[in-house]
Design a protein around this ligand. Structure first.
Ligand SMILES: [Zn+2]
Ligand SMILES: [Zn+2]
Ligand SMILES: [Zn+2]
Length: 162
């Protein structure tokens, strides 16, 4: 499937081309600031992930990258994904084993992911109150969390209305 020109709405009408432009420009800045390379393959993978707000699996990325770069192997894709995860430019959706672009790229942060089971869009929310309450709970449990991700499956606003 190579629909890298298709534009998916995130459930709210918006200019998704702007999302892509913003994400790429933030990624370029982050990499320049950190002195790390956004190589062509990393750049392309990030662009493919930002093709929509849906979570995308590594093998779908491989399918989409092959017509452009026929030397691309699964390891190429996984290494690029590791880099993007490390730089905080994308998130892994654990429950789907798939990836989405991050809207507040370049920082490590807690995240609440709302995953639509109908259209597969993923909405990321900072949910500071939720994470403050969780931190309190972790302190009470004397548990030292490394990262906090909450994934909730359900229907997005648009799909509930349909
Ligand atoms: Zn968008
Ligand atoms: Zn994020
Ligand atoms: Zn939906």
């Amino acid at each position: 499937m190579t629909d890298n020109t298709s534009i998916e709405s995130s459930g709210i009408e918006h200019d998704h081309n702007q999302c892509i432009r913003d994400a790429i420009s933030v990624a370029e800045q982050v990499c320049t600031t950190r002195g790390v390379q956004l190589t062509p393959i990393r750049h392309k993978i990030l662009e493919l992930i930002w093709n929509s707000h849906r979570a995308i699996k590594a093998y779908d990325l491989l399918d989409q990258i092959r017509p452009i770069n026929d030397a691309a192997k699964p390891s190429t894709v996984y290494r690029a994904l590791d880099f993007l995860l490390e730089q905080g430019l994308i998130h892994r959706v654990e429950s789907l084993n798939a990836f989405v672009g991050c809207r507040s790229s370049g920082t490590q942060h807690d995240q609440l992911l709302l995953i639509c089971t109908a259209c597969h869009n993923v909405e990321e929310r900072a949910a500071p109150d939720v994470f403050a309450a969780l931190s309190e709970e972790m302190r009470n449990a004397a548990f030292n969390p490394q990262r906090k991700t909450i994934e909730i499956h359900g229907l997005c606003k648009r799909c509930s209305a349909a």
